[in-house]
Design a protein around this ligand. Sequence first.
Ligand code: ADP
Ligand code: MG
Length: 733
Amino acid sequence: MNNLRFQVVGEAFKKKPLHVNVPAQSPASYFGCKVFTREKMRLYLPADVYDQMMDVMLGGSRLDRTVADAVAQGMKQWATEQGVTHYTHWFQPLTEGTAEKHDAFIEFDGNGGVVEEFSGKLLVQQEPDASSFPSGGIRSTFEARGYSAWDPTSPVFIIDDTLCIPTVFISFSGESLDYKAPLLKALHAINVAATDVCHYFDPAVKKVTSNLGWEQEYFLVDEGLYAARPDLLLTGRTLMGHDSAKNQQMDDHYFGSIPERVAAFMKELEIVALELGIPCKTRHNEVAPNQFELAPIFEETNLAVDHNMLLMSVMRRVARKHGFRVLLHEKPFAGVNGSGKHNNWSLSTDNGVLLHAPGKTPQQNLRFAVFIVETLMAVYRHNGLLKASIMSASNALRLGGNEAPPAIISAFLGKPLSQLLDRIESAGNDELLVMAGKQGLKLDIPEIPELLIDNTDRNRTSPFAFTGNRFEFRAVGAEANCACAMIALNTAVAEALVRFKERVDARIAADDWHSDATLRAIIEVLRDDIKACRNIRFDGNSYTDQWAREAAQRGLDTETSCPRIFERYLDESSITMFETMGVMTRKELIARNEVKWETYTKRVQIEARVLGDLSMNHIIPVATRYQAQLLNNVKDMAAIFSMDKAGMLSARNIMLIEEIAQRTATIEQQVRELIEARKRANVIDDQRERAIAYHDMVASRLDDIRYQIDKLELIVDDSCWPLPKYRELLFIR
Ligand code: ADP
Ligand code: MG
């Protein structure tokens, strides 16, 4: 049998779990050993330099050049002791992955030899020749150069022999060309806005931090099977493949025991991640076969984003060592769950208060209500934008499916919290005054966290759900850079808090702060906002068509076309928000959308090409060969038996011959139309128009072709079928 599929399936069956050397020490002893942590800074930096670095890292003060030189010296010393020879500025361009260009520490010494050099200058700024990263035209119209600049708030780390320095990536004229630069600005905006609002309740608050705890879902596929599926290899998902008879119906994979070979992979992944300071905590099977999840303990958002990007690349490397490929695509297989990356998000103060958690005193509960309601206001006002922030060609395939949040953003609060907001909303003025009387807001909120942390009261269909002391933004895609969602969310909430404060302040005299009048003003504005954002609240089942209709009536964004959803970034309300919060300019937003549209087009284009090729040179030839076998059989029957008997005996084969003829002809016709549609779209100059054409005319045809192929898979002899089937991809360990 000269069929690659059978070779690789055989190999996959034979695979044994790899042995993993688990360090004898406890994780605490190797956690962060590859990171230039604060502890190491204390060891390797002079005391005054260390103090100044702490001011930069924790207090947000500017980095002095002489300090940078001293830090570079300390870093180099530590790194070379670990066998490091190279360094790289590590950044997050708009391509979704990370980028790095490695340079050796060596410099000429002036005497024909070399010395190991690493100065503050090299640490702080670089000019990578990165002209092929997408910039949406910013660099061609201004300056060809892009700069990477050190982000001292995220610690440097070692991968193999290279010191990796987290950096922002900006153009010569200062425009952001990456995710980190606007993220840092958004985190600054939320810090300022939230700290101001906290001062109504606690003047001692100095800083508010945005927290992110992501949960990374992924699939594992045997490397051999992966290599035999050109669609997986080139597009990250299967463009064809009939459902396996058994998939996730039995719910037997979710939280089931982890297969040995996978467990070995997970163990090694966790060791490597812990060494890099990623605080991995949870691992389990997910709903679909071969689907898993890894979640760390939540961290400050900028660091959490870096850690997620790092983890995704570490996963890819470690998986290959174990003979797996990791699939981060949001919908690698039709008919089973896709993969998301829940973003658990909250705000906390420097004195340890979680602002989205209910407190013990009436004052604390009023503050809690303010942060909940203003978060809802942000999500309501910018629901279309938030959807745009999590949208991509691949995530679009997951959203709106039966297992994933719909392509409509709404917020789930749960019963106790909904009742609380309803009470504030329906209270008359007099009642409000009593509620906001001398003792502050008299709200008896009965143990909300305990109630919600109990899974039974969770709504898993909501794209944005309150879960006791945080919100869980579930619509984020598995392969996305979380920064994209975090930029939009933090900026929107910052704007809501600023507007909230403006309205409260307008109601009180300057010397009235911390008085009853302030409390009264707060609760009045709160009541207005609860009314204003009522439409974003939805506790029902978000997967139903009825909800889609109701959401449209409520005025929520129900657009489902990915390239049209991107337009929400260019709404005046979005541009104003990003500009006034100091996060992104109109020019940057326009440029970034060009990149989004272009990326969308390219991904659909590649899928269309791959499907066209596979149809013509894998599927049709194989189906035709099988058809020829059937034809021979029918002819042989006619040679041996009487006409009548042969006709009877061959009836089934004749039907199959006809079906194959029809389906292959249909596929051929559809592929021709697909090529035509691509040609028509390709001549469109405008990125937005082209992406829309690709969505409406190209992407929409892929499923029709797939339908025919999947039907052929069911009738063609299994031993001829060239591509590993779903039952093999999803069940072989
Ligand atoms: P589940 O799957 O039940 O939603 P997990 O335990 O898998 O929960 O993941 C929850 C994630 O939320 C973890 O990363 C956890 O650290 C994070 N998390 C918990 N509390 C907060 C919080 N207040 N703010 C942000 N993230 C949080
Ligand atoms: Mg979760």
